[in-house]
Design a protein around this ligand. Sequence first.
Ligand SMILES: [Zn+2]
Length: 152
Amino acid sequence: MGVGYPLDIVVCSALGADMYDCVYPTRTARFGTALIPEGVLKLTHKAMASDERPIDSTCMCMVCKNYTRAYIHHLVTKDSMGSQLLSYHNLSYMMRLSEGLHTSIVEGRFPEFVQGFLSIQFPKGDVPVWVCNAMEVAGVDISSCCAPFQTA
Ligand SMILES: [Zn+2]
């Protein structure tokens, strides 16, 4: 309970957890933040005011199909409908993440799913040490998406 960041859910799933409950997707939406495969997107940022793209071009949710970042930017700064649309998208993102986790386990390709998730979240290979340690304990090889070990 309380585990709700996408990265935490992927790591905890590797360690055997299979049930989560957290306000994060809707609470962060109320602060104007969208969950995307690369991490988070702050719709309150000035650059969003003229961005005509959907929140996430890979997302098939109703919000991403019908609204631009610019439209949602103008809403989140003035009207609660903005956070409602972001909540819808964020919950859709979490459902897609959960479905991807589940399917990868059923199909016996969980390590590949984790590697794909981490390579998008950390394209420079700067996966946090605690994630690398947890995956080692879980027996999931993520060396392909971690920066080489450095000694000081
Ligand atoms: Zn969406």
